[in-house]
Write a protein that binds this ligand. Structure first.
Ligand SMILES: Cc1cc2nc3c(=O)[nH]c(=O)nc-3n(C[C@H](O)[C@H](O)[C@H](O)COP(=O)(O)O)c2cc1C
Length: 207
């Protein structure tokens, strides 16, 4: 059977969520996946991007590293993993704009039965990481994906992350994801790859 295909579609303004995305990619690749890492593009104005020192530069650097996610990427994937920095306790508008462009696939049922998972970062410990993760479960459900939570299915979950997905607390972007946060991210990449492979094998056997 062909390799399991994993799309990691994320937004990150300053690199914290990006680091988690790379951890998830590592875990997925170690489990045999072909990975596409894609960064959603800015939708706030240049004036907003100039508001904080380094935002524009970090975004430009990431845009040079990653293509923007497309509907074709979502159709290609066996698993779609969504990552966002929290925005007032919920998904960023940049990543949501990508999802809102998937209506054409939704109407044809093209994403039904793929595996889905989520990860995020916040500034503060209780700044909304769980509510942000759960805010991404909603579109995954509507799009027909089989949501794969991290649960406590690995020892790493007793030290970091959440049962809903990997997360990191950045303390206003001062702290990159810790080694424990990245352990959860790698586990998540592995787990979603394994579930996507099983779903793909089942679909192939069913015909
Ligand atoms: C408009 C806006 C709203 C935010 N809302 C929250 C929030 O509700 N809780 C929180 O902890 N951090 C909040 N943050 C901070 C970022 O989510 C956080 O610093 C994150 O780690 C940045 O990740 P990134 O480097 O991937 O962009 C907000 C940031 C912005 C710009």
């Amino acid at each position: 059977m062909a390799e399991t295909r994993v799309l990691i579609a994320f937004y990150s303004r300053t690199g914290v969520t990006e680091a988690l995305a790379r951890g998830i990619a590592e875990g997925a690749e170690a489990a045999g996946a072909e990975v596409r890492l894609r960064r959603a593009r800015e939708i706030v104005s240049p004036e907003i991007m100039a508001y904080a020192k380094g935002w524009k530069e970090a975004a430009d650097a990431m845009n040079a590293r990653y293509e923007a996610p497309s509907a074709a990427d979502a159709e290609w994937a066996d698993a779609i993993v969504l990552g966002t920095p929290t925005r007032f306790g919920a998904i960023s508008s940049e990543l949501k704009a990508y999802l809102d462009g998937l209506g054409g696939l939704w109407v044809q049922g093209k994403l039904n039965g793929k595996a889905g998972a989520v990860f995020c970062s916040t500034s503060t410990t209780h700044g909304g990481n769980e509510s942000t993760l759960l805010s991404m479960y909603n579109p995954l459900a509507h799009l027909g994906l089989i949501i794969v939570p991290t649960g406590y299915a690995d020892p790493s979950l007793y030290k970091a992350g959440t049962p809903y997905g990997a997360s990191a607390v950045s303390h206003n972007q001062a702290t990159p994801p810790t080694a424990e946060d990245l352990d959860v991210a790698r586990f998540q990449g592995k787990r979603v790859t394994e579930v996507a492979a099983a779903l793909k094998a089942y679909a192939a056997a069913k015909g």
